[in-house]
Design a protein around this ligand. Structure first.
Ligand SMILES: Cc1cc2nc3c(=O)[nH]c(=O)nc-3n(C[C@H](O)[C@H](O)[C@H](O)COP(=O)(O)OP(=O)(O)OC[C@H]3O[C@@H](n4cnc5c(N)ncnc54)[C@H](O)[C@@H]3O)c2cc1C
Length: 415
C-alpha cells in the first residue's frame, strides 16, 4: 500500500521534499498556510549543482529558461569604476521561477492552500496534522518544511529560537526595461559588488516577472547588507500605527520615512549605477538570522529546509540545502522500508552535521557584517578590513565550498 506523507509548508523546501518522496513511491501532499499561491513573491535565488541535480531527479529540467549565467564578477568603487574583476560561473534564478516549475509538476489536489498547521499528534502507527480550520489529515510521515518560524519545530523544541545576526538585507528588484541605459550597459550582465564601509551590496540579473530570461524581459536584483543593532531594527520593524513586527515586517508595512532614509543613503554611499537602480525600485528589507536545530527527527515527524537550519544568504544556498535535505530524506526512508522512525533517525544523523557545516560557512561569510556592531577595539582580522580579491574569489567558488561540505559529510554519492 502507498504510504502517505504530510508535507507542511508549500515553499521550495516543501515542494522539493514532496517531489522526491513521490519519486520514492510515497503519496506526498503539501499543506500551505497561505490562501493564495506564492507565485510572484520572492526575488533572486542562487543555484548550485546539487539543486540542479535534485530538480532533474524530480523530472524538472534545469534548462536555459531557469536562470541567467553570469560570467564576470566585479567590484565597483563609490564613483562607479571597476576596482576588481574576476571570472565567475554562477547561475542566478528567481524564487518564483523554481516555485512555478515545482508546483506545476504536482497534481493540483496534492497542493492544498489555506491549511495552517496548529499541532501534530502521533502514535506508533501514524501521525495526524491538525489545522487551524478545524480539519485534520492522517499520514505515515510528517515533513516540517514550514520555515524559520516552524510550527512543527515549536511543538517539539519550544525554546529553540533564531538568533539575529546584527544586520538586515535590503532587497530591490527592477524590471530590465526600467534600468537606466548607462547602468544597463555597464553592469546589467555582471555580478556586481559595492562595498560601502561596514556594508556589502551585490547586484545581478534574474529572470523576469513571468520567469522570462529573454533579454529585455529580465529583472535586476539587489541585496544590500546593512548593520542595525536591535533598537534600530525594532524602529525599522515598527509600522505606521506603532505596532512592532519583531522577526520581520511585511514590505507593504515599512514606514515611508524608513524607505526615504535608505534611498538617501543609497545616493550618498553607492556606485551611481547601483544607486540609480535602487532608487527606481520599491525596496524592502529582511533581518538576517542564524538558526541551528538541535534535533531533526521526532518519531514520525522530521524537519527539513529552513525549519531545520537557516543558512545566511551569502552562500545563496537556502534552496540548495533544502534540495539536499529532500534527497537524503527520500533515500533514508527508502532504505528503512516500514521503519519510518528509524529512517528519520538516520536522516538526522546525516543532516545534523551537514546543516551545522552550512550554517558555519554562511556565518563566516557574514562575520565582517556582524562584527560592525562591536567596538573597533574588539574586532580582529577580517572583521576589521576586507580583502576584496578574496571576497570575490569566495563568491565565484561558492559551489566548490558547498561541494567540499557535501563530500566531507559523505553526501557526494547523491550528486
Ligand atoms: C515567499 C517567499 C519568498 C522567498 N524568496 C526568496 C528569494 O528570493 N531568494 C532566496 O534565496 N530565498 C527566498 N526564500 C527562501 C527560500 O525559499 C528558502 O531558503 C527555501 O525555500 C527553503 O526554505 P523552506 O521552503 O524550508 O522555508 P520557507 O521558504 O520559509 O517556506 C516555509 C513555508 O511554510 C509555510 N508555513 C509556515 N508555517 C506554516 C504552518 N503553520 N502551516 C502551513 N504552512 C506554514 C510558509 O507560508 C512558507 O510558504 C523565500 C521564501 C518565501 C516563503
Amino acid at each position: 500500500m502507498t504510504r502517505r506523507a504530510l508535507v507542511i509548508g508549500g515553499s521550495l523546501g516543501g515542494l522539493l521534499a514532496a517531489h522526491l518522496l513521490r519519486r520514492a513511491h510515497w503519496h506526498a501532499v503539501v499543506f500551505e498556510r497561505n490562501e493564495a499561491a506564492l507565485t510572484g513573491r520572492g526575488v533572486g535565488l542562487g543555484t548550485h549543482p546539487q539543486l540542479i541535480a535534485t530538480l532533474r531527479r524530480a523530472s524538472i529540467a534545469f534548462d536555459a529558461t531557469m536562470g541567467i549565467t553570469v560570467a564576470k564578477v566585479v567590484c565597483l568603487d563609490r564613483t562607479g569604476k571597476i576596482m576588481v574583476e574576476q571570472p565567475t560561473a554562477r547561475t542566478m534564478s528567481a524564487w518564483s521561477r523554481l516555485y512555478r516549475a515545482l508546483r506545476d509538476a504536482l497534481p493540483a489536489q496534492d497542493y492544498r492552500l489555506g491549511k495552517k498547521l496548529r499541532r501534530i499528534e502521533q502514535d506508533a502507527a501514524s501521525v495526524t496534522a491538525i489545522f487551524e480550520d478545524g480539519t485534520s489529515e492522517r499520514g505515515d510521515l510528517l515533513v516540517g518544511a514550514d520555515g524559520i518560524r516552524s510550527t512543527v519545530r515549536a511543538q517539539f523544541l519550544p525554546r529553540a529560537q533564531p538568533v539575529y545576526a546584527g544586520y538586515v538585507a535590503w532587497r530591490a528588484v527592477l524590471d530590465e526595461a526600467r534600468v537606466p541605459r548607462e547602468a544597463h550597459r555597464e553592469i546589467f550582465e555582471l555580478y556586481t559588488f559595492c562595498l560601502p564601509k561596514g556594508e556589502q551590496l551585490l547586484g545581478y540579473p534574474v529572470p523576469g516577472r513571468d520567469g522570462d530570461t529573454v533579454p529585455g524581459r529580465r529583472r535586476y536584483n539587489i541585496v544590500w547588507y546593512r548593520p542595525a543593532d536591535s533598537p534600530a531594527l525594532n524602529e525599522m520593524c515598527t509600522d505606521a500605527s506603532g505596532q512592532l513586527h519583531s522577526g520581520g515586517i511585511a514590505p507593504s508595512l515599512i514606514r515611508n520615512e524608513v524607505i526615504a532614509r535608505v534611498k538617501a543613503d543609497a545616493e550618498a554611499l553607492l556606485a551611481p549605477q547601483l544607486a540609480e537602480i535602487f532608487l527606481r525600485s520599491g525596496p524592502f528589507f529582511q533581518p538576517i538570522f542564524d538558526f541551528e536545530s538541535a534535533a531533526l527527527a521526532f518519531g514520525r515527524a522530521v524537519l527539513t529546509g529552513d525549519a531545520a537550519f537557516v543558512v545566511r544568504p551569502h552562500v545563496g544556498a537556502g534552496a540548495t540545502k533544502a534540495a539536499i535535505d529532500a534527497t537524503v530524506l527520500a533515500d533514508c526512508l527508502g532504505r528503512a522500508d516500514e521503519d519510518v522512525a528509524g529512517g528519520l533517525a538516520r536522516f538526522e544523523s546525516v543532516q545534523l552535521p551537514f546543516g551545522r557545516d552550512m550554517v558555519a560557512l554562511s556565518r563566516q561569510q557574514g562575520d565582517y557584517l556582524s562584527a560592525q556592531l562591536k567596538p573597533v577595539a574588539q574586532r580582529h582580522g577580517g572583521q576589521l578590513r576586507r580583502d576584496v580579491e578574496a571576497l570575490l574569489h569566495a563568491h565565484g567558488t561558492r559551489s566548490d565550498q558547498i561541494g567540499d561540505i557535501v563530500a566531507a559529510r559523505g553526501l557526494e554519492v547523491y550528486f
